[in-house]
Design a protein around this ligand. Structure first.
Ligand SMILES: Nc1nc2c(ncn2[C@@H]2O[C@H](COP(=O)(O)OP(=O)(O)O)[C@@H](O)[C@H]2O)c(=O)[nH]1
Ligand SMILES: [Mg+2]
Length: 481
């Protein structure tokens, strides 16, 4: 008789190089699982736990592939019986022909259930049938997972017909493309292979869903805080006597931009960490970030907003936001007037004729003069950014980042290329009440109204939790990658 392990344990078995380790990596969200194009690299079993709140709730065992399926099947047929796996292990210990089987039978003899992984993009061969027959003979509850490496599914039907004869359930699961929703669906269908494990599996799935909701909640807060901080951000520098403010402008703008970029990066890295990615390194498409980054109309076009949609975003915000020029000229020196002229000409800082970032120069009014110059420092202030579109850009970028991160399978190790496609805007499709939650929060943040900010950021985060959950459960991946 088999022992019953303490935690749900699934041994992932199959022929070498079919994607066993990939399935383990994606299901456990563990990008440290070794995946290699060379068959036969794994020679021992390795256990990969799924840990939630510090406890192991489920375990997947990555195994070496079958090595001599025909000879193994023959041996088992000659020695069939309830303890045949144990007998196989005892009788063949040390036999180099059976290195793979001796290792992969261990977890099976200890009570693990079976996930059999096969690549259905290649034709079915006789060793496949031998492997399936071995697994059927064990009588252990088992599911076949079709991991079609190539999109061409010409062979899938032939495979399916054969698999149905040997397995309690058959599912297609692409280990390199599976989304969160597809991972959950696979785990759910494991319930059907063994009634005994149905209720523990249901409990495991529930804790996985709770855990996901927690991560989504934390992501929503990271995004909300990012926008709140970015909206309030200001850089101020004193202008040393005698220095032309114009000479400082580029430096201060750069400092402002660098800070916003750093805030954004920190947020994206936080989301990446929550979803357990150490290798995946998605940066939003270069075209958006390069050079002009967040402050260009181009960004909006990249997000797929038409001029009308952009205008609509402004209208929703209820703001004419014709900020115009609010550099305070009153207290500035002649140099500052010259600067104002400079700003008007600074196309990069202008969007649709409206200023994105406000520049102020504060300083002594026509006060006492010393040697013909005002006494005391003037303060050059850049920010806060009052452009209505600015927080929506940050929000959309965060949502695009989120959608791509949660749906990047942990088995997928190639370098990430931001797509040349223009990712669509999520915010442009918000409902009225979602837009209202955004705008109310954005306005409070801009105004720096701390008491309002607290309650409005809560509704903003709540609204985002819904959005992020909807992104998590949709079957279709976001087209960004
Ligand atoms: N494109 C693609 N490649 C895959 C997929 N699954 C596995 N591979 C590749 O196939 C090779 C073997 O995968 P691995 O998971 O190590 O197989 P294992 O030997 O059965 O553990 C690796 O180069 C993987 O990158 C898949 O779903 N799509
Ligand atoms: Mg492997």
């Amino acid at each position: 008789m088999k022992d019953t392990p303490q935690v749900l344990t699934f041994a992932v078995v199959g022929h070498p190089n079919e994607g066993k380790s990939s399935v383990v990596s994606t299901l456990t969200e563990d990008d440290s699982v070794r995946i290699t194009p060379l068959p036969g690299e794994t020679s021992v079993c390795r256990s990969f736990p799924v840990i939630i709140d510090g406890s192991e709730i489920m375990r997947f065992i990555d195994t070496p592939g079958f090595q001599s399926p025909h000879a193994t099947l023959e041996w088992l047929q000659a020695n069939a019986g309830p303890d045949m796996l144990q007998s196989f292990l005892r009788h063949n210990a040390g036999d180099p022909r059976f290195r793979g089987e001796l290792e992969l039978f261990k977890p099976l003899a200890e009570g693990a259930e079976i996930i059999y992984v096969l690549d259905a993009s290649r034709p079915l061969r006789s060793f496949d049938i031998a492997e399936m027959e071995i697994l059927r003979m064990t009588g252990i509850p088992r599911m076949a997972v079709i991991n079609a490496k190539e999109e061409d599914d010409g062979n899938v039907q032939i495979w399916r017909d054969e698999l149905r004869k040997h397995f309690n359930a058959v599912r297609v699961f692409n280990a390199h493309k599976a989304t969160y929703a597809q991972r959950l669906a696979l785990l759910n269908s494991l319930k059907s292979i063994d009634q005994e494990w149905e209720s523990p599996l249901a409990a495991v799935i529930e804790s996985l869903e709770d855990d996901w909701l927690q991560r989504v909640t934390q992501s929503a807060w990271l995004i909300t805080r990012l926008i709140g901080r970015a909206l309030r951000h200001q850089v101020s520098k004193s202008i040393p006597p005698g220095q032309e403010p114009r000479d400082l402008l580029e430096n201060i703008l750069q400092e402002y931009r660098d800070h916003i970029t750093a805030l954004e990066r920190e947020t994206h890295l936080g989301i990446r960490r929550l979803f357990k990615h150490n290798i995946f390194d998605y940066r939003l498409p270069e075209q958006i970030v390069a050079g002009d980054d967040l402050f260009q109309e181009k960004t909006w076009r990249m997000l797929g907003l038409s001029p009308t949609q952009v205008a609509a975003t402004g209208a929703v915000a209820g703001s004419g936001v014709g900020l115009g020029l609010d550099a305070i000229a009153g207290g500035s020196s002649l140099g500052a007037f010259a600067l104002v002229g400079g700003l008007l000409g600074a196309g990069g800082a202008l969007l649709g004729g409206r200023r994105m970032i406000t520049y102020e120069i504060k300083g002594p009014r026509m006060g006492p003069f010393q040697y013909g110059k005002p006494i005391g420092d003037q303060l050059f202030i850049v920010g806060p950014n009052r452009n209505v579109r600015f927080p929506f850009i940050l929000l959309d970028r965060a949502l695009i980042f989120f959608a791509n991160t949660i749906n990047w399978a942990h088995a997928r190790r190639e370098a990430v290329q931001g797509s040349a496609d223009e990712p669509g805007s999520f915010a442009a499709h918000f409902s009225d009440s979602q837009s209202r939650a955004c705008n109310a929060f954005f306005q409070a943040a801009r105004a720096g109204d701390e008491t309002k900010i607290q309650s409005l950021e809560e509704s903003m985060a709540d609204m985002l939790i819904d959005v992020l959950m909807a992104l998590s459960t949709q079957e279709n991946r976001h087209s960004g990658l």
